[in-house]
Every structure is written in C-alpha cells, then in structure tokens.
Design a protein around this ligand. Structure first.
Ligand SMILES: C[S@@+](CC[C@H](N)C(=O)[O-])C[C@H]1O[C@@H](n2cnc3c(N)ncnc32)[C@H](O)[C@@H]1O
Length: 214
C-alpha cells in the first residue's frame, strides 16, 4: 500500500463516525477559523480552494460571507467528502486528492486559485511542509494562502498543553511547533507574510500574499 493510500484509509477510519458530530464538537476547539474567513476579503468571481476541506464547514461559511466567490474543496477522505457533498450541494466543486500533490486542471478544470486555505489540516498531514509548498504552488499571482492551525500554546499552563496533546493524539493530530518558521521559509523575497498567535498562542494564523508578478 502506498503512503497516500494508507493515509487516506487512516483518515477514513478516523472520520467514519466522527464526521457525524464533527461540526458540533470541533467548534469548541478548532479556534480561529472564523477569524481566517473574516480576513479573506474575497472579491466577486475570485476562486477559493480549501485544501483538506473536511465536512465543508468552512466552505459553507465562506459561501455565506462571499456569495459571489467560486468555491472548490479537496480532501483525502471520501468519508469527509460524503458529508461535505451533502452540505454544500452542486455549486461547490469537490474532489478527492492529496494535499501534498494535486493538479487543479485535472481535478477542477482550472489553472489556479486567488485564495487557498489550510485550516487545521497541516497538523494531520505527515508531509505538512510539502502540503504548504504545494498550496503556494497553486496560487495565482497576487493570490493569498490562509493558514490556521494549532499554535505552541506557549501562553497557556503546562497541564493544559499536556492534556491537549493527549486528546489530539487520539485523532492523529500533531501541532506543528515550527509552522511559523515553515511559512517564513515558503515566502519569496517579494511575497508578503502576516502571522499572528491567537488565544495565547492556542492557535496560529498566517496569511501569505504571493508576489503579483510571480
Ligand atoms: C481536522 S480536519 C479539518 C477540516 C477543515 N479544514 C476544518 O477546518 O474544519 C482535517 C482534514 O484533513 C484531511 N486530510 C488529512 N490529510 C490529508 C491529505 N494528505 N490531503 C488532503 N486532505 C487531508 C482529513 O481527511 C480531514 O478532513
């Protein structure tokens, strides 16, 4: 079995039942997702891709907030995509694929995106640096990459950090302490990068704007 097939099977197994209670339960601990959506400032007609879109929770809110955007979602888990399809209907294009290597032309018949989102997914993707590079690769010139995920929780008590890590491990989630550094590595000299710790660094938020001549 290839690494991708194995990871896809693991995600299906993790979410087979969890997907049914995902939106209700995750709203209490996947913090900063609404902050990301508010900061996107999507213009009419722009293309938005959520990589690892899960149940489609974010895409549904983005559709409400920016009704004239063109929306796309990709996930490695067919189980999650089943829930996303039921929620979003036919006006959002969804496809099964690996965040670390995908071709928008083959999956969605488009060349690139004005916005790409990675929301609480890098902490579940083994080659998460590869996924970051791949997301940036598919940005149109001047496009923006929006990232939210677990931070290092440096502002929170040690016991809370230990409990959180133990809880997340049950779902194969590993916060990436070097996420900010990886976003800085991803940034070309002419790109713009904004990073922010949210809720005492419980969550990390980053927005990278690709040079519009790139
Ligand atoms: C915690 S959920 C986040 C879902 C959504 N982005 C959100 O913010 O609610 C993580 C998602 O990442 C997906 N995922 C994990 N590894 C992936 C990969 N290599 N390629 C694409 N999706 C992946 C999982 O199937 C799952 O749907």
């Amino acid at each position: 079995m290839s690494d991708t097939t194995e990871h896809s099977a693991l995600m299906d197994q993790t979410y087979r039942y969890q997907r049914l209670i995902y939106d209700v339960t995750r709203k209490y601990y996947l913090l900063g997702r609404d902050h990301l959506i508010e900061g996107m400032n999507v213009q009419p007609g722009e293309r938005v891709l959520e990589v690892a879109c899960g149940t489609g929770r974010n895409l549904s809110l983005i559709r409400n907030r920016y009704p004239e955007a063109q929306l796309f979602g990709l996930d490695i888990s067919d189980q999650m995509l089943t829930t996303a399809r039921a929620k979003l209907g036919a006006d959002v294009s969804l496809a099964q694929g690996d965040a670390c290597q995908f071709e928008p032309k083959a999956l969605f018949d488009v060349e690139g995106f004005d916005h790409v989102i990675l929301s609480y997914s890098l902490s579940m993707i083994p080659d998460w640096q590869g996924a970051l590079t791949e997301a940036k690769r598919h940005l149109a010139p001047g496009g923006r990459l929006h990232v939210v995920d677990f931070g290092d929780s440096a502002g929170l008590p040690g016991w809370f950090q230990r409990l959180l890590l133990a809880w997340l491990a049950r779902f194969h989630v590993s916060p990436r302490d070097t996420l900010e550094a990886a976003m800085r590595d991803c940034r070309a000299d002419t790109d713009r990068l904004v990073v922010q710790g949210l809720y005492r660094n419980y969550a990390f938020y980053g927005q990278l704007t690709k040079d519009d001549a790139a």
